[in-house]
Design a protein around this ligand. Sequence first.
Ligand SMILES: C[S@@+](CC[C@H](N)C(=O)[O-])C[C@H]1O[C@@H](n2cnc3c(N)ncnc32)[C@H](O)[C@@H]1O
Length: 375
Amino acid sequence: MTTHLAEAAAARRAELVQSLAASGDLTDPAWQAAFERVPRHVFVPYFYDHTGRRISAYEAETRDQWFDAVHEDRALVTHRTDGAATSSSSQPSLMATMLEALRVEDGVGMKVLEIGTGTGYNAALLAHRLGNGSVVTVDTEPDLVTAARARLTEAGYEPHVLLADGTYGHPDLAPYHRIIATCRIDSVPPAWVRQLAYGTGTDAGQILAPLGNALVRIHRTGPLQAEGRFLPGGAYFMPLRHGTTAGVPTRRPALPTGQARPTDIPASALADNAYRFLVSVIEPHLDWQYDLDDTGKPTAARVWSPDGAIAALHPDGTVTETGPHSLWSRLEDAYRTFTEHEEPGPERYGLTIDNDVQRVWLDAPGGPGWELRRG
Ligand SMILES: C[S@@+](CC[C@H](N)C(=O)[O-])C[C@H]1O[C@@H](n2cnc3c(N)ncnc32)[C@H](O)[C@@H]1O
């Protein structure tokens, strides 16, 4: 029975690798070999569907559904806290994109720190390629760390798996040639830069992380200096949890009632991924609510910021707002820059870190920019 499962799983992994190769998400033969070999089903013995139902290998009525899902190009929620998803196994195509973007080199003793162990599957892929001693992975959830360790052992891998707040990296095993975050950040934790190796070219220590809705890849340029660019396409991850870092507000206070004024931002822009990327960087914790037309396009919206700023965009193209800062004016300034520069996607932005200042810029370090607020 177990042999049959292992064989069936291996066949399904080979199919998935072929389709990821065909779509261009997985082109490096060494990563293709890792995805073919590492058994995702071992790391994801159950997940939760969109209704919160548990789809498990251990229950006869969900077993086939589970087996199909873990061999498809799907993100799967694997951990919930108070009904909210707190860990997932990311979509394999996105994992492949990230691993390729990490630009690791074989046989040179590269050490990689992963922030966000989750199921342990990504750590297993890294350990398969680079060796157990080269991979350090941390997560804040004790039960996830315990389960990941056991599953890694079952699959034959033994990277360093640690229970820790990844905001501080893991100084004991630094320096790292690569740091990969599988949770979303609003700014780069300074410890990550400090724990990167020095070097030139691809030898320079690099961080790859979802910042806002896209991936940023930066390399160390000084003691607390780093610089790099965002990569094309979107990357939607759960947030890095740290202390009291503001999250999405849990309740939505009443909407503003004052005088409406005209605005430059059309409701359609709120569905534009390129503009939404910029918003995700400059205002990372907004809670949006939309009215949609028959085609699914927004016609009106309400938005809440954790600091109490609230704005309502009305169907007639006017806006009302209230709160400690003019949230909508900030979004309008960004929209103006966005349209004046031909609606850039993430790949036209970069990030420069210089000590305490982290600045996202457009096209060049001296171009239009936004200073990141530190959580
Ligand atoms: C998308 S999941 C990671 C998926 C994982 N790489 C895998 O292969 O299954 C994001 C993970 O980040 C973890 N996380 C959130 N905040 C963290 C922090 N401050 N330090 C370390 N891990 C954190 C969550 O507990 C969650 O397991």
